[in-house]
Design a protein around this ligand. Structure first.
Ligand SMILES: O=C(O)CCC(=O)C(=O)O
Ligand SMILES: [Fe+2]
Length: 431
């Protein structure tokens, strides 16, 4: 309940809107032109070479000044203008019977102008399945250690359902002048240069991206300020079960890990949690933060709907209902939970529109190329899976994201995964 209380004092969009300052209408219009211009946006993102940078930096990288300043401002205005009612509560308590760990924040996938933002970040890995949302952390919000491992079942246009795994996490920070003492610090628990169990701190930096390969243990420290911490976060997925998922055997070791540390996350033990519930339709708006971490096998069984989005050009869509399986993997000594929520990324309409416009203007080739490219990317994977993916789909292969990272995991002192999504409960964030 504590986090709900603090959200009452977590000022929202009004202030963010002002942040564009004088002439903000003009600036915002320029932002809208930029973000809706596929060629400009895709070239900009492409020259960031995010994945190359991730690999060159041991699996996690921070890229500063990621977007043109006025674009970052425009995104902050867009996210800041999301109303309190639109933010979805994304929280759970530590509850070993429910196999939950502590996390809380607010998230939203669909709001005015947000589709364009989500679409922009899909360009980090064009033509791939992805799932992005906006996040807002208020005082006491946090995420306990987790590794983001998760599956999603994706229904292709052909009707075939494939399982996909998160493989790359991307977070874009909208935090001006943030200070460590405000909390909300990202801790990379697998940085080889950091003391074991302590990790490396990434104080959220305005207009920066942190990207890392999944799985990778990390956490967000509890917020101590009423200043909202806004971000865009999400994952790219690849076909196949590319790592093992938790099966529940390690619940006891998770308890042990909990005893050993990360005690600050227990502060939310009193929060209300929807008991045993699977995701509701509204959970689709709830972003898959902590590892959809927990979104578990139950969901798959019940076959809840989900839609993921194809990155890049955007004319093509996976407008599918997905029955969802989500779970994440833990190494030894790791607490894990599973729960249900949904993660629906609708197709971005405006680029699709502009594609049509381009076609009607005789620029067919460009948009047709994008469409075909995406279709080949996904369908090709479906028709001609790599050996790794074939094996993974068969459920026998530990993919590159799996327990191969056991060495690193061994250094994680206390790792617990976030818990059950709370579903419909909305936030009250007032000025
Ligand atoms: O916002 C961050 O710094 C990390 C968020 C995160 O780990 C998540 O949403 O799973
Ligand atoms: Fe995460």
């Amino acid at each position: 309940m504590e986090h709900i209380f603090y959200r009452l004092f977590c000022p929202g969009g009004f202030r963010a809107r002002l942040s564009m300052g004088r002439g903000s209408d003009k600036a915002f219009a320029a932002y809208e032109r930029w973000i809706n211009n596929y060629r400009v946006a895709s070239l900009w993102i492409a020259q960031k070479h995010v994945e190359r940078a991730v690999d060159a930096n041991g699996g996690l990288v921070r890229l500063e000044n990621f977007l043109p300043e006025f674009v970052a401002e425009g995104i902050l205005s867009t996210v800041g203008a999301v109303s309190d009612e639109q933010w979805n509560d994304t929280s759970a308590n530590t509850d070993y019977r429910q196999n939950n760990i502590s996390h809380s924040f607010s998230s939203v996938k669909h709001a005015k102008g947000l589709d364009a933002v989500v679409r922009l970040f899909s360009l980090v890995r064009p033509g791939s399945l992805n799932s992005f949302s906006a996040a807002k952390y208020c005082k006491t919000d946090h995420i306990a250690p987790h590794d983001d491992r998760a599956y999603a079942q994706v229904k292709l246009d052909s009707g075939r359902i494939i399982t996909a795994s998160r493989t790359l996490a991307v977070i874009f920070y909208l935090t001006r002048d943030w200070r460590e003492e405000y909390g909300g610090v990202l801790i990379d628990l697998e940085d080889p240069t950091a003391p074991p169990g302590v990790g490396r701190k990434y104080v959220p930096l305005w207009n920066s991206v942190v990207a890392f390969r999944v799985p990778r243990y990390h956490a967000v420290t509890p917020m101590t300020t009423n200043r909202p911490r806004y971000s865009i976060f999400g994952w790219f997925l690849e076909p196949g079960r590319l790592y093992e998922l938790y099966r529940g055997e390690d619940a006891e070791s998770g308890k042990e890990a909990d005893r050993q540390g990360a005690g600050q996350h227990k502060r939310h033990a009193g929060a209300k949690r929807k008991s045993g519930g699977l995701g509701t339709a509204d959970d689709a708006e709830t972003a898959p933060g902590p590892g959809a971490a927990g979104r578990g096998v139950e969901t798959a069984v019940t076959g809840e709907a989900d839609t993921l989005q194809l990155g890049s050009g955007a004319q093509h869509e996976m407008s599918q209902k997905l029955s969802r399986t989500n779970a994440t993997q833990h190494g030894p000594r790791v607490k894990r939970q599973r729960n249900a929520d949904m993660d629906r990324t609708e197709v971005e309409p405006s680029w699709r529109r502009s594609a049509k416009q381009r076609q009607s203007r005789g620029h067919r080739q460009n948009s047709a190329w994008q469409h075909q490219q995406q279709e080949e990317d996904i369908m090709g994977q479906e028709r001609r899976p790599s050996n790794a993916i074939q094996g993974a789909v068969g459920g026998t292969v530990k993919g590159r994201g799996g327990l191969g990272s056991e060495t690193a995991l061994g250094r994680v002192r206390a790792a617990r995964l976030p818990g059950r999504w709370q579903g419909r409960r909305k936030h009250m964030c007032v000025q």
